[in-house]
Structures are given as structure tokens and as C-alpha cells.
Design a protein around this ligand. Structure first.
Ligand SMILES: NC(=O)c1ccc[n+]([C@@H]2O[C@H](COP(=O)([O-])OP(=O)(O)OC[C@H]3O[C@@H](n4cnc5c(N)ncnc54)[C@H](O)[C@@H]3O)[C@@H](O)[C@H]2O)c1
Ligand SMILES: [Fe+2]
Length: 388
């Protein structure tokens, strides 16, 4: 049996999964009524043959490739200007989370009159938007990490305040996702590891956050199992299509699960990424064990299930903790934020920002600014108490 099968899923949106399915980009655009798309991607992929090949599939596709990692408002503004100048009628969001987020927010903002920050994910602010003004989006992920392709939000940094803001609207969900593992084979091992770990932390935090959401819990557990099994394979051999296809699925599962909520790892990773320009997934991977140690007492029942699903023996907290450390080492992810270039010049500020991040409230135990400051200092220095 071919282990890399094609499949169409309608959960949580239309996902066309399988190798070579980028060839169906014209059908995806047609299904959403897009005749003149703008392809939004990042600077690193601008000249990639797969971008040229995708544009050639739909004649007249414009290109906006001025997106950087941890995108800021000016990337969205420039994308909007390109969208309007080219009289486009939809977006092909093509790339990692950074390009997907900007592409989705450009499509969302193309028909709004209020400023973008009015649509931050706070209360019911999204109801301020004119839903008829949201342009359709085909999402084409080329990393297996953020799951932004199946999400209803875009993460954009406010440069003035150094805050990562979540711009949210239910209508921001892409209409079709093309999940083609062949597009991820060129992803270097370090980016494969960092983005894959982001997907793991999505599943992990979603499973551990309190709240009644058995659908998300089931998806999160299977996502963790897939990542345990397939991320090392994708890391070792980027051409392993079976591993690449499972990692793409797991990334979408992480984002599906975190509709339930995330937690302290993401709350702390957001200001660290905004201030020190560290990669989002890599930052989460470094921080996870420090926050895990802090949450230990509150998540004992969840850890018992996670340990079982991952096939770990012994006392669950110690087993999960040791496994996370070993998994990081296996993927050559550092133990300290200092190794990512993060310094201790403003720990109280990072702690305050983390405590205000919307993900902080979803952490299994309350975390105040002083505690986030200490967790940040521990993660920079590598101070991690042994579990047993
Ligand atoms: N919307 C959401 O729900 C959500 C969730 C988590 C994270 N995020 C955001 O997503 C961003 C991170 O996204 P990411 O981790 O995918 O990284 P990224 O999009 O910043 O890309 C990382 C690097 O990989 C390169 N790249 C991408 N695909 C490639 C390929 N196939 N071959 C070779 N190189 C390739 C890019 O050019 C870039 O240099 C952050 O801004 C983060 O805040 C969003
Ligand atoms: Fe994330």
C-alpha cells in the first residue's frame, strides 16, 4: 500500500492533502471564485522554483514577497497596496506561518474600513468587521508547524509596542488548503525541527489547558503521537514523503486543537520573539520544559495520558520531562534562550508582556508577571530543576 495517500478532508476546512496536489491550484482558485489571485510569500521563497511553478499554474497571478519572519504591520500594509494596485480578487497564501498570516490578513483587510488593530482577538472585537469584505484565500503551507492554514487568525507584530497581536475573524479561515508534502522537502533540518516543535507545543498546550473540549483533546493527542514518530524522520531525511505528509497533517491538527487555548509557553515565546527576533517554534521548543516544570502539579492527569500515548514508562511527569529533553537533543535544539541570542537586559519587561499575552490566561495555573520573569531568566540561563 502506498503510505503517502491522497485525501480530501473537510475538517476544519477543505484540505486537499497528498503529493503533487499543488497541480490543483487552478481548481482551488476556481472553487473560491478567484480569477486574479495575489500570491503572498516571504523573502526567502521569493525566487524558489516552486513559487514560479505555482504562479504559472494560474496565469495572471501577482506576486507579493516582502514578508519577513515575525511579520509586522508594514508587511500587511505593503501587501494590501499590492493587492489593490493589481486589482486582485483573492489571495494564495504560500509559505510558512509568516507568509500565511500576512496573506490571510491582507485578504481580510482588503474590504475593511477600520484599522487592523481594531480586530485584535479581544472579546467580540471581530464583530466590528464587515464579513462581506473578506477576500477568499487558498492556503499552501510549505512548513509543517504553525497550522495557520487551518486557523482563523494571523499573528502580526506591532513594531511600535513590540507586541505580537492576534488578528482574528472566523471568516479568515482559508477556503481551501493544499497540503502537498513535496513542497516541504526543501525545508532545511533546523527549520524542520523548529517548526515541527511548534506543532508539538500547540498539541501539548491545547491538551493541558483547562476546559471541556474533548474534540480538541483527541486531535491534540494524535498530533503528539504523529510528531513523536515522524519529526525525527523528516529531520534526518527531508525527502521522506511519508514523514513530511504526516508532519503537515500534525501541524494542521495542532492549530485545530488550539481553538481550545494555548498557555504559558506561547505567552512567553511571543514577547521573546517580538523583542529578540527569535524563530517562534524554536523559542517554544526551548521554553517548553521550564513552563512544564512550573505547571507540573496542575496537569498530573493530563501528563498521565500523554505519557501513555507517547509510550513512556515510569512516573508520568518525570517521563514526559525526560522525553521532551531527549527529543530536543535529538533534533539539535538548544537548552537555553541564551543560545538563541536572547539576553537578560530587560527580564521584568518580558515578564510583564508575557503576563499580558492572551495565551497567559489559558495556562493551567495562574502565572503573574514576576513568575514569568523568573521563568524567562531560567530559560535564558538554563536553570531547570531535575524532575525527581
Ligand atoms: N496563525 C497562527 O495560528 C500561528 C500559529 C503559530 C505561529 N504563528 C506565526 O507564524 C510565524 C512562524 O512561521 P514558521 O514557523 O512557519 O516560519 P516562517 O514562516 O517564518 O519561515 C521560516 C523560514 O523557512 C523558510 N521556508 C519556508 N518554507 C520553506 C521550504 N519549503 N523550503 C525552504 N525554506 C522554507 C522561510 O523562507 C523562512 O526563512 C511566526 O510569526 C508565528 O508567530 C502563527
Ligand atoms: Fe505556535
Amino acid at each position: 500500500m502506498n503510505v503517502v495517500m491522497k485525501a480530501n478532508w473537510n475538517y476544519p476546512t477543505k484540505v486537499w492533502a497528498g503529493p503533487g496536489r499543488i497541480a490543483e491550484l487552478p481548481a482551488a482558485c476556481a472553487a473560491l471564485g478567484i480569477r486574479k489571485p495575489l500570491l503572498v510569500t516571504d523573502e526567502g521563497l521569493k525566487d524558489a522554483p516552486m513559487v514560479a511553478a505555482a504562479r504559472a499554474l494560474v496565469p495572471g497571478t501577482g506576486l507579493f514577497a516582502e514578508v519577513r519572519g515575525n511579520p509586522v504591520a508594514k508587511h500587511v500594509e505593503a501587501g494590501l497596496a499590492a493587492y489593490r494596485a493589481g486589482a486582485h480578487d483573492g489571495v494564495i497564501a504560500f509559505g510558512g506561518g509568516s507568509a500565511l498570516d500576512v496573506g490571510k490578513v491582507v485578504a481580510f483587510m482588503s474590504g475593511q474600513t477600520r484599522p487592523m488593530w481594531d480586530f485584535e482577538d479581544i472579546g467580540d472585537w471581530w464583530t466590528r468587521a464587515d464579513a462581506r469584505g473578506i477576500a477568499p484565500v487558498v492556503a499552501v503551507p510549505t512548513t509543517a508547524g504553525t497550522g495557520s492554514e487551518v486557523g482563523r487568525a494571523g499573528v502580526i507584530t506591532n513594531e511600535a509596542t513590540h507586541q505580537k497581536k492576534i488578528i482574528f475573524h472566523p471568516g479568515m479561515m482559508p477556503g481551501v488548503v493544499i497540503s502537498d508534502p513535496e513542497l516541504t522537502i526543501g525545508l532545511p533540518p533546523a527549520v524542520t525541527a523548529a517548526t515541527g516543535f511548534d506543532a508539538f507545543v500547540h498539541c501539548f498546550e491545547a491538551y493541558c489547558t483547562p476546559g471541556f473540549h474533548p474534540l480538541a483533546d483527541g486531535v491534540a493527542l494524535e498530533g503528539m503521537r504523529l510528531i513523536q514518530q515522524y519529526l525525527p524522520r523528516a529531520f534526518d531525511d527531508g525527502r521522506d514523503l511519508e514523514a513530511r505528509s504526516r508532519m503537515l497533517a500534525a501541524a494542521s491538527m495542532g492549530a485545530t486543537a488550539f481553538q481550545k487555548g494555548l498557555g504559558g509557553v506561547h505567552a512567553l515565546a511571543h514577547p521573546v520573539g517580538a523583542y529578540y527576533q527569535t524563530h517562534h517554534g524554536l523559542t517554544n521548543a526551548v521554553i517548553l520544559p521550564y513552563v512544564l516544570a512550573h505547571n507540573r502539579a496542575a496537569i498530573a492527569p493530563q501528563l498521565a495520558v500523554i505519557a501513555r500515548v507517547l509510550g513512556l514508562e515510569g512516573e508520568p511527569y518525570a517521563a514526559v520531562h525526560e522525553w521532551v529533553l531527549a527529543f530536543r537533543r535529538r533534533l539539535r535544539i538548544p537548552h537555553t534562550l541564551a543560545e538563541l541570542g536572547v539576553t537578560l537586559d530587560q527580564p521584568e519587561l518580558i515578564g510583564r508582556e508575557a503576563a499580558q499575552d492572551p495565551c497567559a490566561g489559558a495556562n493551567p495555573v495562574p502565572v503573574d508577571a514576576a513568575t514569568f520573569t523568573r521563568l524567562f531568566q531560567d530559560a535564558v540561563n538554563g536553570d531547570l530543576a531535575h524532575p525527581v
